[in-house]
Design a protein around this ligand. Sequence first.
Ligand SMILES: NCc1[nH]cc(CCC(=O)O)c1CC(=O)O
Ligand SMILES: [Mg+2]
Length: 327
Amino acid sequence: MILQHRNRILRRNAAIRDMVAETQLRSADFILPVFVTEGKDVVEAISSMPGYFRRSLDKTVEEVKELWSLGIKSVLLFVKCDDALKDNTGKESWNPNGLMQQAVKAIKDAVPEMIVMTDVALDPYSEYGHDGIVDVKSGYILNDETVEALIKMSLSHAAAGADFIAPSDMMDGRIGMFRKALEESGHTHVGIMSYSAKYASCFYGPFRDALDSAPGFGDKKTYQMNYANRIEAINETLKDVAEGADIVMVKPAMAYLDIIREVKNAVTVPVSAYHVSGEYAMIKAAAERGWLDEEKAILESLTAIKRSGADLIATYFAKDAVRLLQS
Ligand SMILES: NCc1[nH]cc(CCC(=O)O)c1CC(=O)O
Ligand SMILES: [Mg+2]
């Protein structure tokens, strides 16, 4: 046969494949979620996230030093709040000596160059496990009252030294309010990574185990997005960009690659994707049973997320990924 095109020429060996690879993962692409808990010398396993841990502050600092030495440059902090401190105002979330605020300070003291991002939402502090303040009569999550609380939370993170606040709450109008509050309080260098298109997803299950933050009633469908929707993600994202978001996010990742691509094509700010706890758990569970090659599954998943348009990836596999990239 005489063929015009032999597409397999560019796949013939590893060197050629590498030469024409369109997507490369870099350690600077990754944001590692970090779970902080009360106490001293505590490293707790999370049963639905094998190989992942909650750590007390001292152990978190040790871990962050190691992360930096491995080449991970960004952490996204979440705290597990004591039940006794949970209420329906979320006031512990802006306690200047709260666990989150202490964690930010301790990490910035230990590794000043580490990019510290903080979760902004009320669920770890809510007696109802919701991201905002609950109207007790109707069960509705109040938008504007929640945004007021989240402004205080954001400012306390900024005061503690956070580089980016990362609002994961999906209330309306909060990005503009945070930007204004940061400006007015002189925190003009603090960035906002907005969870702009966050879907109401079953894939957050293991995370809610990790932080003991599952909703006590109902679900999050009145604020997080319906997974049937695509165009709505663009609407949400463009509004956040207009309000001053520095980085936008799509969450979860693997079942939403089409959304990541659409968002990437629609905005000129960096796009992040959150490869969430359930996506981590699926790979771990299949690998434990010998049904998937874990390392290959990690690299294929993360490369696909980047290929789809994510500039940054928040992933529980960040440590594995940087090791694999170096080897
Ligand atoms: N504000 C809550 C929050 N922030 C990050 C995650 C999920 C992260 C993951 O599953 O890895 C969630 C869970 C939720 O919305 O219920
Ligand atoms: Mg929005």
